[in-house]
Design a protein around this ligand. Structure first.
Ligand code: SAH
Ligand code: SF4
Length: 367
């Protein structure tokens, strides 16, 4: 039986050094390989003059560079968002989104193929759960975007929008922001996600700062407590969507398992232990969770906590009929949070909706 090849992106720098020791090579070569992988963004052994031939021969025989093939890529009509459909080694597919804002680029990466949590308004939830991603498959998505930026692979196909064109010319060529808000529930795949975060943060590699990696959870209580106990250097966003248990269960079935009071207790523990603020996400659905009393209920729930609310007007998905809250009502909601509860909030910029790359629209299907 042949051994599956070792995916280099699965390894932390320490694990790579360990592997080199086992092969009888100096860990210094591991550090060199690490720099080729994460500073030069190399995709093969061919351009690695600083590695001895015997090391390269071993790498060629037993390892692989876990870059993912692009099955499809789509640009939004405004030119700010690019969505990649990426093929995994076993034929499964995932989506990764590159979002450009003026002076800033963010990669939105997936943590699972599908999702087991079944939130009613989410396209990923609607497709069900297939499997966890490995650390290397999570890292590979960031590398895909980092390489696209560095080697100017995408830039812009349609330059119809002058604002986008201008922003892109000013765009930094390095990836600095990652959100784990693509397909899947990151805290359902805790170990792989944290290993990927460690790899992305490594100071001799991509060196992403802790403030610029944010994971969003549906509210997996044990995962939040573990993040707190381990004092993980990663930003946390919690998908709230409703401020009472009954309303929340109707949107987020996982709330049956992790009820709102337990979730809020875990969030309090997290903020006390880490000293960090949490982002609370609220998908605004017209007539469902956007009334002034509901804004006041969130205000009371979060009062006194270090919190910021991210309001996300509902994006359309095939399996859910709701409509997004209109901008006037969203502003009113924000105003109540600000004036009555001193609670900061933002309305998430709509990005990539026309190519189904917005929040909750990622699924491997027809789009
Ligand atoms: N599984 C994680 C992260 C992925 S989703 C989580 O649920 O938090 C990122 C955010 O988009 C979540 O807050 C999610 O609830 C929200 N979302 C899902 N479907 C959406 C939709 N159709 N419109 C707007 N936001 C949506
Ligand atoms: Fe899963 Fe998040 Fe979608 Fe809910 S919103 S189904 S947790 S990906």
């Amino acid at each position: 039986m042949s051994h599956p090849r070792l995916n280099l992106y699965d390894l932390t720098r320490e694990a790579l050094r360990e592997q080199f020791r086992r092969w009888g090579f100096s860990p210094l070569h591991a550090d060199r390989l690490w720099a080729y992988l994460y500073l030069e963004l190399a995709d093969s052994c061919d351009a690695m003059p600083k590695l001895p031939a015997k090391v390269k021969a071993r790498l060629r025989a037993e390892t692989r560079f876990g870059l993912l093939a692009t099955a499809r890529e789509t640009d939004s009509s405004d030119g700010f968002t690019r969505k990649y459909l990426l093929a995994l080694a076993d034929g499964e597919k995932i989506e990764t989104v590159l979002m450009r804002y003026t002076g800033r680029v963010t990669a939105c990466v997936s943590s699972q193929v599908g999702c087991a949590m079944g939130c009613v308004f989410c396209a990923t939830g609607q497709m069900g759960y297939t499997r966890h991603l490995t650390p290397g498959e999570i890292v590979a998505q960031a590398m895909h975007v980092a390489r696209a930026l560095k080697f100017q692979i995408p830039i812009l196909k349609s330059q119809a929008n002058p604002e986008a064109f201008h922003a892109l010319r000013e765009m930094p060529p390095r990836l600095r922001n990652i959100v784990l808000m693509g397909m899947g529930e990151p805290l359902h795949n805790y170990d792989a996600v944290m290993q990927a975060v460690d790899i992305l943060r490594d100071s001799n590699g991509l060196a992403l700062s802790a403030e610029r990696i944010t994971l969003s959870t549906v509210g997996v209580v044990p995962g939040i407590l573990r993040l707190a106990a381990e004092k993980r250097s990663v930003g946390l966003a919690v998908s709230l969507h409703a401020a009472t248990q009954a309303e929340r269960v109707a949107l987020v079935p996982a709330a049956k398992k992790w009820p709102l009071d337990e979730l809020m207790a875990a969030c309090r523990t997290y903020s006390t232990t880490t000293g960090r603020r949490i982002f609370y996400e609220w998908t605004l659905i017209e007539g469902k969770n956007d009334a002034p009393e509901q804004a006041r209920a969130v205000g009371r729930l979060l009062e006194g906590l270090p919190a910021q609310v991210n309001l996300i007007p509902l994006n359309p998905t095939p399996g859910y009929a709701g409509e997004p809250t209109r901008s006037e009502a969203a502003k009113k909601f924000q105003k109540i949070l600000a004036e009555e509860f001193k609670l900061p909030s933002t309305v998430r910029q709509r990005r990539g909706i026309d190519i189904a790359a917005g929040c909750g629209q990622l699924a491997v299907g027809e789009t």
